[in-house]
Write a protein that binds this ligand. Structure first.
Ligand SMILES: Nc1nc(=O)n([C@H]2C[C@H](O)[C@@H](COP(=O)(O)O)O2)cc1CO
Ligand SMILES: [Zn+2]
Length: 163
């Protein structure tokens, strides 16, 4: 099988999301520059020093008891992890960016957003994102692909195994 560039970079975003400890929604993001070099990746997780085991992953109760107060979104983590200027870059994200990440995407100079899921399309946050992206000239599109699943084998075929 041969995959396209878009499928490859979204694949990296999807792979990254499996690092997230969020029990409900794992999100991954991958930023690519104009030379098709990956310059940043991220997933949704607690800030450095804020233990995954100690901070809450639930989404009910008081403000301070919910993950939303603490978690860094995949897209923001990818931006903050980036090794270089993001001017003219593209961001691949497994879930459409929220309004806060949208602001960071715009301000960082990213020019295109490629997403897979838009499961929160009906929320005010996603509506605000789309409004800001349109005003700022940041193009967004859903990844078009015929691939349903891309298996990765960690168990080597018999002939390639050691011993
Ligand atoms: N674009 C996004 N990137 C993200 O990294 N997230 C994160 C924040 C939470 O950790 C989780 C959403 O939790 P939930 O509301 O589906 O249980 O995904 C959420 C969105 C949605 O806008
Ligand atoms: Zn966000």
């Amino acid at each position: 099988m041969i995959i396209s560039w878009d499928e490859y970079f979204m694949g990296i975003a999807l792979f990254s999301k499996y690092r997230s400890k969020d029990p409900h929604t794992q999100v991954g993001a991958c930023i690519v520059n104009e030379d098709k070099h990956i310059v940043g990746v991220g997933y949704n997780g607690m800030p450095n020093g804020c233990s995954d085991a100690e901070f809450p992953w639930g989404s009910t109760g008081e403000f301070g008891d919910k993950k939303y107060a603490y978690v860094v979104h995949a897209e923001l983590n990818a931006i903050l992890n980036a090794s270089t200027s993001l001017k003219g870059c593209r961001i691949y994200t497994s879930l459409f960016p929220c309004n806060e990440c949208c602001k960071a995407i715009i301000q960082s100079g990213i020019k295109e957003v490629i997403y897979l899921s838009d499961k929160y399309a009906a929320t005010d946050s996603t509506r605000a994102s789309k409004r800001m992206f349109a005003a700022a000239g940041v193009h967004y599109r859903r990844l078009e692909t015929d691939i349903e699943e891309l298996p990765v084998n960690f168990v080597l075929p018999k002939g390639e195994r050691e011993g």
